[in-house]
Ligand binder design. Structure first.
Ligand SMILES: [Zn+2]
Ligand SMILES: [Zn+2]
Length: 85
């Protein structure tokens, strides 16, 4: 099955500092951190497309609007959900 044509929602591989994977269950896209910079991805919080900028510090890169904190509560919830599984 070919992977869907979409913008990837990226998440750091557990235990890795460099490798990120797409969170879509139908997509097996993998990318190294240095190749993600200036690429478009989907924000895991607001589901809007955004361009990934350096430096990438987050396990789950998200858009500027969500970084600036207006969605902070929501972000916490998303992260908790991922950690718990
Ligand atoms: Zn994907
Ligand atoms: Zn966002």
């Amino acid at each position: 099955m070919p992977s869907k044509d979409h913008l990837h929602t990226l998440k750091r591989v557990l235990g890795s500092k460099e490798e990120y994977i797409c969170m879509d269950p139908d997509c097996d896209y993998r990318v190294l951190k240095r190749y993600m910079v200036n690429k478009r991805a989907l924000c895991p919080i607001c589901a809007e497309p955004f361009v990934i900028r350096n430096p990438i510090r987050l396990a789950q890169p998200h858009c500027d609007a969500c970084t600036k904190g207006s969605n902070k509560k929501q972000l916490k919830k998303v992260i908790t959900k991922i950690v718990v599984g």
